[in-house]
Design a protein around this ligand. Structure first.
Ligand SMILES: [Zn+2]
Length: 422
């Protein structure tokens, strides 16, 4: 076993490499859809380390059957995934270290204290779009391999480093890597989690409700039926359904959340003229699901709630609302909190921080589901930086936090790959 002090010293040796890799990644903008240039930086760094690099543009045809999960694409030209493989002796557990290279757009650059793609170091932090979410995590994985090489480590299990595209809009990159055959005994996604260990994430479904009314002149409004007024009991039924789900559904990692399963109505459009009774209404929303729930079951339940609300309404009973499911359908997923991968990453964290990390969950979709649902690969999410600051102006990552994350990933990788598969 390699001592923790040895790991810490080896990571410290590569602190400048870590900083400059994050900087070069930030300086190669990679908004979702434009990941090519940054992936060249990743591929070059992986080749320098002697990894076997697989760089490919995912096939639109291959992803098409999964459109519900990752969206639809006309083309993925110029948007390669990059995977670097370090083949082990074969007797240990394999591990995938995954990060996404795509970022959201920077917003108004004038609002940034330094240009959004400068990668400037200010007060011990690297600033720039993607520094936190999650070029810091991509660099963590690559530098972890560099540290292992510098220690003369020879893995028993394969170490597979992934830099994927299209996470921000549904996770096509990670799914494409799974479909290409990249599976392992465990996967760590180094998204910023404030070094909490995420063992579960919620699912989400996006829905659209159509309500029909009856148009009339506003001067004789009682002769029409307002679709907006008809929506009110339907909306109330959604709120009641949300409340009932919160009261009856149970998950230990979601218990502390004020609203475990939010149903958010984010868009309501109705009518087209102030002095006409609105004859139509469209409401669009997003519902959260807990691990253990299935998309189909939830769709049935929500539809029933709306049918029931309509049945008790004089107009809607004969003009039932229509429910549509569109855009991303993100299933929830989780890992047992006593899974060996959770234990190994917790121990690695404790070796760096002195105590195990909090084990938690997030109320949003992540790429974890692709590993778990389609890749038969147990997965945790663990990385430096506070996710609350992702997507913000002046996004930044604390260098010392990144250094500790590299130490943790190195320690976890050593322990994980040194033991045989179950
Ligand atoms: Zn992210």
């Amino acid at each position: 076993m390699i001592e923790k002090e040895t790991v810490a010293a080896a990571v410290e040796q590569l602190r400048e490499d870590l900083i400059s890799l994050v900087q070069s990644l930030v300086q190669a903008p990679s908004l979702t859809g434009e990941e090519g240039a940054a992936q060249e930086v990743v591929a070059a760094a992986m080749r320098d380390l002697g990894l076997a690099v697989d760089m490919w543009e995912p096939s639109v045809e291959e992803l098409a059957p999964y459109a519900e999960h990752v969206g639809e694409f006309e083309t993925l030209a110029g948007r390669p995934n990059v995977v670097g493989v370090w083949t082990g002796s074969g007797s240990g557990r394999s591990i995938i270290l995954n990060g996404h290279i795509d970022t959201v757009e920077p917003g108004n650059p004038d609002l940034w204290d330094s240009p959004p793609f400068s990668g400037e170091v200010i007060d011990g932090e690297i600033v720039g779009r993607g520094s936190l979410d999650m070029k810091g995590g991509v660099a963590t994985n690559i530098i972890a391999v560099k540290v292992l090489k510098s220690l003369g480590f020879e893995p028993d299990g394969d170490i597979i480093v992934q830099s994927v595209i299209s996470e921000e809009d549904g996770g096509a990159g990670t799914l494409a890597a799974v479909l290409r055959g990249y599976r392992a005994d465990g996967a760590i996604i180094t998204e910023p989690t404030n070094v909490e260990l995420l063992a579960a994430h919620a699912g989400s479904l996006v829905f659209r409700i159509h309500i029909e009314g009856l148009a009339a002149h506003g001067g004789w409004r009682d002769e029409g039926v307002s679709a907006f007024e008809a929506f009110i009991p339907v909306f109330q039924a959604l709120l009641d359904f949300e409340k009932q789900r919160n009261e009856t559904l149970d998950h230990p990692l979601f218990q502390f959340m004020r609203n475990k399963v939010p149903i958010n109505v984010g868009v309501v459009r109705s009518g087209s003229w102030p002095s006409s009774v609105p004859e139509w209404l469209i409401a669009e929303g997003r519902a959260g699901l807990l691990p253990g729930e299935t998309l189909d079951q939830f769709k049935r339940e929500l539809t029933e709630v709306i049918v029931e609300a309509a049945a008790g309404h004089p107009w809607l009973a004969d003009h039932p609302p229509r429910v549509e499911w569109f855009s991303g359908q993100f299933a929830p997923s989780e890992i047992d909190t006593d899974h060996p991968l959770v234990e190994v990453v917790s121990r690695a964290h404790a070796s760096v921080h002195g105590a195990p990390p909090p084990i938690s969950a997030i109320p949003a979709g992540t790429d974890m589901r692709h590993f778990v649902l389609f890749g038969d690969t147990p997965c945790v999410i663990y990385g430096a930086g506070n996710p609350r600051y992702a997507h913000q102006t002046n996004e930044s990552i604390v260098i010392d936090d990144l250094v500790r994350a590299v130490q943790t990933i190195v320690a976890a990788t050593i322990e994980w790959t040194s033991a045989p598969p179950e």
